[in-house]
Design a protein around this ligand. Sequence first.
Ligand SMILES: [Mg+2]
Length: 307
Amino acid sequence: MARGRPSRALVRGIGDDCAVLQVSAGHQLLATTDLCVEDVHFRRAWHPALSVGHRCLARGLSDIAAMGGEPLACFLSLALPTNLPQSWVDGFLEGFSRLARRFRVPLAGGDISSAGQIVADIVVAGQTQPGKALLRSGARPGDRIYVTGTLGESAAVLRRLYGGAHVRAAASRRHFYPEPRLEAGRWLRRRQLASAMIDISDGLSVDLGHICAESRVSAVVRAKCLPVGRGADLELALHGGDDYELLFTAPAKARVPDTIAGVRVTEIGRICHQKDYPSAITILDDNGRARALKPRGWQHFRRQARK
Ligand SMILES: [Mg+2]
């Protein structure tokens, strides 16, 4: 799989006890791991195998994007029910390898075993120049907060699926085939505009909370500035996950463009001193009224949706 242009990073892939990767001279290795579990992250009745394979790798690539890194290789371990049709496995691998080819990330190894439900464990290795990875801990009071793209469309689809609707994959690429923002992440790292960055996998309220915790700051978000995605509302934009957009902060004097690598960028708020706001995140409604925003994220949303 992933036979696009051969990766210079992959010295030895599948066929030995370990893959051998060549990291560029003077670079640091990035590594991220993500689990995709049937009935937790996807359902066979809702998600075509092609989409499950795509989303599995997209999660890992999005983490590399969030550091401003270059992906080098990926590893995939699968646990599959013995009665799973081969066509499902083929579809999964096709969805996975299409995305891998597009970003020239070779599959460098993995493992396969059996289990009661489908479990896909993805590892993505990447690289960045030393000290240049964009961390969650770099936000400073006065920084502005930005997001790429729009928020909540993926959760809006999930809400419809939980509600019993049939949603075709073609109806929402954002949910079924999310785009890891690798180019935007790299651009931000190269220009050194961002002070902190994370990808929005669990929902804005949770992921901005991670930046606040790691940077020891608080944040104020303006509800009316949030780029609410198609079919979504403010709640889904704040708490729905699976958007895989980038959330970053930049000093007030940094000139952050409206579009980065073809993706819209929206300023949504400010970073503050922890002592100025009792809650990590405060949201200002359309009338300027402030309320504490508790991190909820999609796990909570999923429980709500089930009721
Ligand atoms: Mg992440």
